[in-house]
Design a protein around this ligand. Structure first.
Ligand code: RIB
Ligand code: CA
Length: 313
C-alpha cells in the first residue's frame, strides 16, 4: 500500500477524489487535511468529513488547517461549487468531527513518523507550505507531491493567466515548487481532456448506491458552470486526476519541466510559468502531465466509487 495524505478544499471534484482514494486498497490514506479554498475552511472540513463518512472510513482522521492564504486574502468559488461546496450531494447530516489540532502540525507529525509519504494537493498549497516553513526537515520524508493545479497552453480558469489553486495562494505554491521535493503536476491542460459528459455521469448513477448517487448529483450540479463557460458537454473533473495517477499512472503522459510561480505581478499573479520547450535552461522541478486517457480515467473512477457500499446494521 502507498502511504498518502490528501490535502483538500472540497469542492465536488475534491469529493470524488476523496471517495475514490478511500475506496482503493492500494492506498493507505493516513489523514485528510483541509484548507480554505473553494469555500471557507469550516465548509471544506465539513465536506471532507461527509466524504469520509460516506466512504465508510470513519477511522481516517480529518484535520482542519489554514483558514486563509499565507499572504493574500482568501478568494473562494461558491459561484462554481455552490454555498455548501458540495451542492448536489444531498447527504444526511454528518456525525463525524474533525480531529483536534491544526493540519499544519498534523502534517509535520505524520510526515516525520515515516520515511516516505506521498502528499496529494487538491486545493491551495497553504497547509503544506506552512508545514515546510515551520519544519523544513519534512521535505526529506515526502517521496512525491502529486498536485492538481496550474496551466500552460490552457492558460487560467480564474484569471486569464492563473488556475484557482495556485491563484488563491501563489506564495504557498512558490514554497512548494522550490522545495526540491519531486512533483507530479496535473494542470488544466490535462484536466480539460476529462469532461463529465452525461454518459459518464449516468454510469455513476447506474451504480445504484448512495455513493454513486452522491457523485452523480454533485457532478450534475458542478458541471453547469463550466458547460456555460466553455460551451462543452460536461466540465473538467480536475482533482481525481491526482488519485487516478497514483492508481494507474499509465493513463497519463507528460514531460519533466521547470515550473516557476508568478507571485509578484498582479496582472499574472498565480501563473505557472511552465518551461515546456526547455528554453530557460533551468533544472526541471516537476513532471507536468498534458495528456490523459479520459475513458480509462472514468472507468477507473466508476469502478472505485462502485466499491463503496452502505454500511448495514
Ligand atoms: O482549478 C480547479 C481546482 O480549483 C480544483 O482543485 C477545484 O477543486 C478548485 O480547488
Ligand atoms: Ca480542489
Amino acid at each position: 500500500m502507498r502511504r498518502i495524505v490528501i490535502d483538500t478544499d472540497p469542492g465536488q471534484d475534491d469529493a470524488v477524489a476523496l471517495l475514490a482514494a478511500l475506496a482503493s486498497p492500494e492506498l493507505e490514506v493516513v489523514a485528510v487535511t483541509t484548507v480554505a479554498g473553494n469555500v471557507p475552511l469550516s465548509r471544506t472540513t465539513a465536506n471532507a468529513l461527509a466524504m469520509v463518512e460516506l466512504a465508510g472510513r470513519p477511522e481516517v482522521p480529518v484535520y482542519a488547517g489554514c483558514a486563509r492564504p499565507m499572504v493574500r486574502r482568501l478568494v473562494t468559488a461558491e459561484y462554481v461549487h455552490g454555498p455548501t461546496g458540495i451542492d448536489g450531494a444531498d447527504l444526511p447530516a454528518v456525525t463525524l468531527a474533525a480531529t483536534p489540532g491544526n493540519a499544519v502540525d498534523a502534517l509535520i507529525d505524520l510526515l516525520t513518523r515515516s520515511e516516505a509519504t506521498t502528499v496529494c494537493l487538491l486545493g491551495p498549497h497553504t497547509n503544506l507550505a506552512m508545514a515546510m516553513v515551520k519544519e523544513p526537515s519534512i521535505t526529506a520524508h515526502i517521496d512525491e507531491i502529486v498536485l492538481m493545479g496550474g496551466g500552460f497552453f490552457e492558460g487560467g480558469n480564474t484569471t486569464p493567466a492563473a488556475e484557482f489553486n495556485i491563484y488563491v495562494d501563489p506564495h504557498a505554491a512558490q514554497v512548494v515548487f522550490t522545495s526540491g521535493v519531486p512533483i507530479t503536476m496535473m494542470p488544466l491542460d490535462v484536466t480539460h481532456q476529462a469532461l463529465t459528459t452525461d454518459a459518464r455521469i449516468a454510469r455513476f448513477r447506474a451504480l445504484g448506491t448512495p455513493a454513486g448517487e452522491a457523485v452523480a448529483g454533485m457532478l450534475d450540479f458542478y458541471d453547469r458552470h463550466d458547460e456555460a463557460k466553455y460551451g462543452t458537454e460536461g466540465g473538467p473533473l480536475h482533482d481525481p486526476c491526482v488519485i487516478a495517477y497514483l492508481l494507474r499512472p499509465e493513463l497519463f503522459t507528460g514531460r519533466r519541466c521547470h515550473v516557476a510561480i508568478e507571485h509578484h505581478s498582479e496582472l499574472t499573479m498565480g501563473m505557472t510559468v511552465i518551461d515546456w520547450w526547455g528554453v530557460t535552461g533551468n533544472e526541471p522541478n516537476a513532471q507536468v502531465m498534458n495528456q490523459v486517457d479520459a475513458d480509462g480515467y472514468y472507468e477507473l473512477l466508476t469502478d472505485r466509487i462502485g466499491r463503496i457500499h452502505p454500511v448495514t446494521g
